[in-house]
Design a protein around this ligand. Structure first.
Ligand code: NAD
Length: 474
């Protein structure tokens, strides 16, 4: 059995205790991965702090990030297969993730090269004729990155890339279910020329590992992607240190009467059920204008019926297993609960082990958990509306606010949606799940704080120092 250690100071180091990481479809053990002890946590943070005292030039940082992108490109298929195995992500989606990961690294390299402060116009102040003020942006130091299972490559790179670009060092705590992709990233960076200590990977199956790292005062900034529940715990423990939080959503998508119904049905079906709905911006609540409700629903049902459920390593698969038995059980419970509360499944679900069959629910009420909470499973509710303002109000009736989708040909309605929806991103004629890796990405309300996207994350992961020069000409 392959054993994988925590990655500290440029290499993997083996430990006494391990936990098993499984293939999410076959159940086979892929590797035994180290359980980080308190010693390891100490070593990882101390090493990252030391490394911060050995800064890398901006040009070198950019070159390392560019080389890491090239290595990922070279290893594309192997990395995608590893994601399919440890996360259960359909291989076609895993391949897209690897391609996006390269782009995230390339944009991080660009963000390193273009990182800049500004001149502040203070000379107009009384008596300040001889003064000049400029800001520079400085890295915080040790950044703690805690990541979820669902994008084990690209969401890690959205933290590691900008953090390194900005000149920070990183301690990464990947999700317990998907540490192998993260350990592989550490190897990629070492091959790309990143000196020891600048990226440490601390693995473990216990939430305590992350919690201890958060409490370590040598960590100067925490960047977290995961559930709102854990996000709130981290925020409360971080004290006065900056915290970036990318949390959940119960994404609303609106299909207006003038929408291209085939486009909407195809897109929403794929983005509600692809990767078994385990995407933070997965389509969950679908609001459809009453005039086209029946026509749209039958199209949507037809697409859902054709989705291929099965082995994530099969090229044809659209919907693979969920991440764990517990996750599948929880999702199916919520589904059954909604039926008991009066919902009707026009496409019924079924559970078998880690598999939950995609389901479309109608007659859903806003109070049902499948509508009010983040379902994070292949379940979506469809609701008819009478006018656009009503649809916008329902979309906003959520504790979350990450992204929303709107299908309409009318520019005025699209603009109204962008202005009205309380979310970090409104996607017109595509679903809530669209993300370009260089756009600002993040939420409001319980969906989090701060923005990712390398240029924006670098801004968040640096602080300005203003230098004021008083230079009277003699
Ligand atoms: P999770 O919150 O259970 O775990 C995320 C990470 O936090 C893991 O590494 C976990 O080990 C760690 N953790 C757990 N308890 C901790 C604690 N007390 N202190 C410190 N770390 C702790 O999330 P998950 O199940 O891995 O991922 C699914 C969630 O992530 C969903 O809610 C989803 O919406 C969200 N997500 C958000 C985005 C985004 O960009 N907004 C992207 C992907 C996933």
């Amino acid at each position: 059995m392959e054993q994988r250690g925590v990655y500290i100071d440029g290499g993997e180091s083996m430990r006494d205790a391990y936990y098993e990481v499984t293939h999410k479809y076959s159940g086979a053990v892929l590797a035994e991965v180290a359980e980080a002890s308190d010693d390891v946590i100490e070593q990882a943070v101390a090493g990252a702090q030391d490394a911060f005292r050995r800064p890398i030039t901006v040009n070198d940082r950019a070159e390392i990030l560019e080389r890491a992108a090239q290595i990922l490109e070279r290893d594309q298929e192997a990395v995608a297969r590893l994601i399919a195995q440890e996360a259960g992500k359909p291989i076609k989606d895993a391949r897209v993730e690897v391609t996006r990961g390269q782009l995230t690294l390339r944009y991080s390299a660009l963000a390193a090269r273009t990182l800049h402060g500004m001149e502040i116009p203070i000379r107009g102040n009384p008596g300040a004729q001889s003064r000049i003020a400029v800001t520079i942006r400085k890295p915080y130091g040790v950044v703690l990155a805690i990541t979820p299972f669902n994008f084990p490559l690209n969401l890690v790179l959205h933290k590691v890339g900008p953090a390194l670009a900005a000149g920070n060092t990183v301690v990464l705590k990947p999700a317990p279910a998907t540490p192998l992709t993260a350990l592989n990233i550490a190897r990629v960076f070492t091959e790309a020329g990143l000196p020891p200590g600048h990226l440490q990977v601390v693995t473990g199956s216990n939430p305590d590992v992350g919690a201890k790292l958060v409490r370590d005062p040598r960590v100067r900034l925490v960047t977290f992607t995961g559930s709102a529940t854990v996000g709130q715990i981290i925020r409360s423990q971080a004290g006065l240190r900056p915290v970036l939080l990318e949390l959940g959503n119960n994404s609303a998508n609106i299909v207006h009467e003038d929408a291209d119904l085939d486009l909407a049905a195809r897109t929403l079906a794929l983005r509600a059920f692809g990767f078994a709905g385990q995407v933070c911006v997965s389509v969950q609540r679908i609001y459809v204008h009453r005039l086209i409700y029946d026509a749209f629903l039958s199209r949507l049902q037809a697409v859902v019926a054709k989705l291929a459920v099965g082995d994530p390593e099969d090229d044809a698969t659209d919907v693979g297993p969920m991440i764990s038995e517990t996750a599948a059980e929880r999702a199916f419970d919520w589904y059954q609960e909604s039926l008991r509360q009066g919902a009707r499944a026009v496409v019924p679900s079924q559970r078998e082990g880690l598999f939950v069959r995609p389901s479309l629910l109608v007659d859903v009420a806003p109070s049902m958990r499948v509508m009010s909470e983040e379902v994070f499973a292949p379940l979506a509710g469809v609701v008819p509306y009478n006018n656009f303002a009503e649809a916008l109000a329902w979309a906003n009736d959520s504790r979350y606010g990450l992204q929303a989708g709107v299908f309409t040909q009318r520019l005025d309605l699209a603009w109204q949606a962008i202005q009205t929806l309380e979310v970090g991103g409104v996607i017109v004629n595509d679903s809530s799940a669209y993300r370009a890796d260089n756009m600002p990405y993040g939420g409001v309300k319980d969906s989090g704080l701060g923005r990712e996207g390398p240029e924006f994350a670098v801004e968040e992961m640096t602080y300005p120092t203003v230098g004021v020069f008083n230079l009277p000409v003699q």
